[in-house]
Design a protein around this ligand. Structure first.
Ligand SMILES: NC(=O)c1ccc[n+]([C@@H]2O[C@H](COP(=O)([O-])OP(=O)(O)OC[C@H]3O[C@@H](n4cnc5c(N)ncnc54)[C@H](OP(=O)(O)O)[C@@H]3O)[C@@H](O)[C@H]2O)c1
Length: 289
């Protein structure tokens, strides 16, 4: 009988987790995505209550930890609850998977840096300036100290992920398709990276099981308004449909305002052969069938 291996994505309902579960399925591998929704066939995991038995019972060979409180505002407003989920329970669960012999991949973020250093690479010192970034940094340090981590733990930091199904780009494109104007910040910068590129990078890592820190980042750094104008050009509508405004004028509180949102990928390039993704490639993935 064929030996069927199991992979587990913790946080299988999220933007990245959902796509990972779809893409990683194959004939000789079962990929499960955990949920908090009691869905048949999906192990129930709630990191707030620490209910993780169903996930541990799957005894996966690879675990990708995507579950987190991802709102920077929410982490600031509810530090105790978010620390429990993003740090304490995540580290506890990873420790148990490592003990079972699994290879564990933890998703982290460019917010572990302060945004003032150009293209910090995988070796750069951590200097978070938000509660969310501090939680990610704390989790990274605790995870790396776990028994087994040296050989079976990877940390993957991401820049801003752009998906064809939901979020920022979809919102801009909806306006353009209806020939309506959209509003975009000119004082907030990002380094967009496509969901496609991130999922492919994570899968490459899961197959090769290389431990250590990796970065998956967009190469180009631009404002949200510049990104919207690039999308407008791509779909052939006038870029005047993009109304620019500052986050301050919009009354939006921005807690992480990096001058340099892109990550350097020195080690990731050496180990996985991946280079930062160009803006053009990011936009192409939005229209790929
Ligand atoms: N997307 C980006 O641009 C980006 C950039 C940098 C880093 N990252 C990191 O990548 C990872 C995945 O991000 P994402 O964009 O896919 O996030 P997301 O769409 O917000 O999904 C987060 C996932 O975590 C789950 N979750 C939240 N609280 C939980 C809890 N108490 N117990 C169990 N599961 C819980 C959510 O489940 P529910 O659906 O039930 O809430 C959801 O499945 C995160 O660690 C994030 O920090 C993302």
């Amino acid at each position: 009988m064929m030996d069927v291996r199991r992979w587990l994505v913790v946080g299988g309902d999220g933007l990245i987790g959902k796509r990972l579960v779809q893409e990683a399925q194959s004939a000789d591998r079962i990929v499960l995505g955990s949920s908090r929704r009691n869905i048949n066939g999906q192990p129930y995991v709630d990191l707030n209550t620490g209910d993780t038995d169903a996930a541990l019972a799957t005894a996966p060979e690879v675990v990708i930890l995507c579950a987190a409180v991802t709102s920077i505002q929410k982490c600031r407003d509810e530090p105790e609850m978010s620390t429990r989920i993003n740090v304490d329970q995540t580290v506890r669960l990873a420790a148990q998977f490592l003990q079972q012999g699994a290879f564990v991949i933890f998703l982290s973020s460019n917010t572990v840096f302060n945004g003032n250093v150009e293209r910090p690479d995988e070796y750069a010192p951590l200097e978070p300036v938000t509660e969310y970034g501090a939680q990610k940094a704390k989790a990274e340090v605790a995870l790396q100290a776990l028994p087994g981590a040296e050989k079976r733990l990877a940390i993957v930091r991401l820049s801003k992920v752009i998906a064809p199904s939901e979020g920022l780009a979809v919102n801009f494109l909806r306006h353009f398709q209806a020939h309506q104007s959209c509003r975009a910040f000119d004082d907030l910068r990002m380094a967009p990276v496509s969901l496609r590129y991130v999922v492919d990078g994570l899968l490459a890592l899961a197959f090769r099981r290389c431990p250590g820190v990796f970065h998956l980042s967009g190469r180009d750094e631009l404002s949200y308004a510049e990104f919207a104008r690039a999308l407008a050009r791509r779909v052939g509508v006038p870029s005047t449909l993009v109304e620019t405004l500052s986050s301050q004028d919009a009354g939006v509180e921005v807690l992480f305002r990096p001058r340099f949102p892109a990550l350097g990928m020195t080690r990731t390039h050496e180990v996985l052969g991946l280079a930062p993704e160009f803006l053009e490639q990011v936009i192409d993935t939005l229209f790929a069938t």
